[in-house]
Write a protein that binds this ligand. Structure first.
Ligand code: FES
Ligand SMILES: [Fe+2]
Length: 432
């Protein structure tokens, strides 16, 4: 369990909240590049960290992200015209550029004062891997963009989808850091997949390590032939988790507001996407507004006959299965009402790190995961894999570029923040 105060601390991310301040130290996904594909094309609404914004691609090809409401009298710039280096408001024709400056106020006899003083909120963007990232924090704290694998991977090795989650971001994110659920929620009951260890071995052993990017989560399961099936996931503070789906996917759960979130799934393959037909079928489960077609209002299209014979959930696709459990917890789950077990150890570690990072920032200690120096911007060791090894073997042998030196040597794990919680003992290990 988590006290109501701590639950609020890590789930509320609006402007001025401690959790929101922490998120605003990082680059976060705002929208897909394809939503604003066209230069001087239509803007799109972006709801992010409780703020109402619009994104648009200017004549120069760059994506701008500014406050939705016109600095004049608040009309929505979403309806505006993308022209002359900015968005022109429909109401009285003010022109707001990508830096949030008003560059034209045509109804004014002398627009110069307005052009000097009037401002819209504007955030810097960075476009990579088909995603437009934004930095929404203090300008003087703007970090470098982290050098994750997707920043250098060829575009044709990647695929990306985005979906609306009708719940707080942490519910989806905790699902990514919870290997135990794979053996249940996603289990196939028949067909070639049903005999996979992930579905037949249901009591994983967990360990985890604090690293410079967040937490490395290690789940091992015994196979039928007495070997070990190992899954390595990487929680990247504050919203992402690399999981071993296909070669690897980064699942990012970003707060839209406190009761809605965006799930961005970015796949990075070792080969071109075109070599694997139907690599990503998530798109067929989404409408044009990125809402799921199987959703709460239709019980995620659960089929009880399918549930009897084919799979554990009776639902089609990981996205519907994940959403059914995380959204059904409610818009923002009250974690003072939960009862944790040992299989939740990874989640506890993630929460502890979030609490520590937010509290440290309140004391003026910047998150160490934020990259400010080029020489620190090396993240080749952030990775994920699944591998079957002999008992007694070290999984690192199969992931040699996971470099221990980039982990925090012997970093003490912070204590579980709620001593009255149902899980009092952490089971993490330290990298040495
Ligand atoms: S409200 Fe936008 S120009 Fe007047
Ligand atoms: Fe899942």
């Amino acid at each position: 369990m988590l006290s109501t105060d701590l639950n609020d601390l890590i789930t509320l991310t609006g402007p001025g909240t401690p959790g929101g301040n922490m998120f605003r130290r990082f680059w976060i996904p705002a929208c897909l590049s394809k939503e604003v594909a066209e230069r001087e094309g239509p803007p799109v609404r972006v709801r992010l960290l409780g703020e109402k914004l619009v994104a648009f691609r200017g004549r120069d090809g760059r994506v701008a992200l500014i406050g939705e409401h016109c600095p004049h009298r608040g009309a929505s710039l979403y309806f505006g015209r993308n022209e002359d280096g900015g968005l022109r408001c429909l109401y009285h024709g003010w022109l707001v550029n990508g830096e949030g400056r008003v560059t034209d106020a045509p109804a004014e006899p002398d627009p110069s004062v307005i052009c000097r003083d009037a401002r819209a909120v504007a955030y810097p963007t960075h476009e990579v891997a088909g995603i437009v990232f934004a930095y929404m924090g203090p300008p003087e704290k703007k970090p470098l963009f982290p050098a994750y694998r997707f920043t250098t991977a060829p575009e044709n090795h990647m695929y990306v989808t985005k979906s609306l989650q009708e719940c707080n971001y942490l519910q989806g994110l905790e699902g990514e850091c919870d290997s135990a659920h794979l053996s249940f929620l996603h289990r196939a009951l028949r067909g070639p997949l049903a005999n996979r260890t992930i579905f037949t071995s249901r009591k994983p052993q967990y360990s985890y390590e604090r690293t410079d990017f967040g937490i490395r989560l290690i789940a091992t399961r015994e196979t039928d032939d007495d070997r070990l099936y190992v899954r390595i996931s990487s929680f990247v503070l504050p919203y992402g988790c690399w999981v071993p789906a296909r070669n690897r996917e980064l699942h990012m759960h970003v707060p839209a507001d406190d009761t809605h979130s965006w799930r961005f799934d970015l796949g990075v393959l070792d080969h071109p996407v075109s070599e694997t037909p139907s690599i990503d079928d998530r798109g067929q489960f989404l409408d044009e507004d990125f809402r799921k077609i199987p959703n709460m209002s239709n019980d995620y299209l659960q089929d009880r006959e399918v549930q009897k014979h084919d799979n554990f959930s009776g639902m089609k696709g990981f996205l519907a299965q994940d959403s059914a459990v995380t959204e059904s917890m409610g818009p923002r789950f009250d974690r003072s009402q939960e009862y944790l077990g040992q299989s939740d150890a990874g989640i506890v570690a993630v929460r502890n790190l979030m609490v520590k990072t937010i509290r440290d920032l309140e004391k003026g200690i910047e998150p160490p995961q934020v990259v400010t120096k080029a020489e620190d911007n090396i993240f080749t060791h952030v990775d994920t894999c699944q591998v079957t090894i002999e008992k007694g073997e070290d999984w690192r042998k199969h992931l040699p570029h996971v470099a221990a030196p980039k982990a925090v040597p012997g970093a003490p794990l912070p204590p579980f923040p709620d001593p009255e919680g149902s899980l009092r003992r952490e089971t993490g290990t330290h990298v040495r």
